[in-house]
Design a protein around this ligand. Structure first.
Ligand code: ZN
Ligand code: ZN
Length: 265
């Protein structure tokens, strides 16, 4: 049966990822409307009854927009750490007490036979995390909203069968773009977002740990182009004698629709 992953939407206007299989589906973040999430699940052939829980990485609006709506509509629990809960509970409407689930960062959870482990990410939210998922001897990881590719992120994502990694912006586009100075500084800081260049270096590091499949995600609309993200990462790998498609598979998560549907058997 294996484990599957599909990004239903990715970027600063909304993030949502499906992870799971026929027995159990999980949503990581619900940053687009509930309607869009349900429509995209339907598009990839996943029945909404299969969704057993929502996991929240952090409280930024592009990650929590319909967290409460999805919990109420599907009657499923929301998992978040305490700091994230405290910072999002006023924004998501009423959630049934039994559907409020806390986890400690690094604690190992299990939902519907899927192992889940969170890890800290460098980002300007209350207590942001990324997630790793385990099924049989398979592992997939999600690492977006990263100011830099920290040792903690590397340690937790290393050896994954597949990694969904942020490739947020082109540094030059951001610098000359129309964003206000404070926002540029925020994005470029160590608690902001990962540039294409930093993503390229991170992919190379991940490759050394056995990763052969990467989905580039959370691309900025203002400060990036899909081709540019892809080519920048490819070029950095090329400088290190790594060939895309021969040594590693690289893909992009679209902003407004679903990505490639990964089946990790
Ligand atoms: Zn985000
Ligand atoms: Zn964020």
């Amino acid at each position: 049966m294996g484990i599957k992953l599909c990004s239903l939407s990715s970027g600063s206007s909304g993030n949502c990822v499906f992870v799971g299989n026929e027995d159990c589906g999980l949503l990581v973040d619900c940053g687009i409307s509930g309607k869009e999430i349900l429509a995209n699940l339907n598009n990839i052939g996943v029945c909404s009854n299969a969704i057993k829980a929502v996991l929240v990485t952090h409280e930024h609006s592009d990650h929590i927009r319909s967290v409460g709506i999805i919990s109420r509509k599907l009657g499923i629990p929301i998992y978040a750490n305490t700091n994230t809960w405290n910072n999002m509970e006023d924004l998501i409407g009423t959630v049934k007490t039994e559907n409020i689930r806390f986890f400690a960062v690094g604690e190992e959870l299990e939902v519907g036979g899927i192992g889940i482990k969170s890890y800290s990410t460098p980002h300007d939210a209350a207590d942001p995390v990324g997630f790793c998922f385990f099924y049989g001897n398979r592992k997939i990881s999600i690492a977006t909203d990263l100011g830099y590719f920290s040792e903690t992120v590397k340690k937790n994502t290393s050896g994954s069968d597949m990694v969904m990694l942020e490739s947020n912006h082109d540094i030059e586009m951001l610098k000359v773009g129309r964003y206000p100075y404070f926002l540029k500084r925020r994005i470029l800081s160590e608690s902001g977002h990962l540039s294409n260049e930093a993503a390229g270096n991170a992919v190379y590091e991940l490759l050394q740990t056995g990763v052969r499949e990467v989905l580039l995600a959370h691309l900025s609309k203002e400060n990036n182009f899909p081709e540019l993200a892809y080519e920048t990462v490819k070029e950095i790998l090329g400088k290190n004698n790594v060939k895309v498609d021969r040594d590693i598979r690289l893909d992009l998560a679209p902003r407004n629709s679903f990505s490639r549907y990964y089946h990790i058997e």
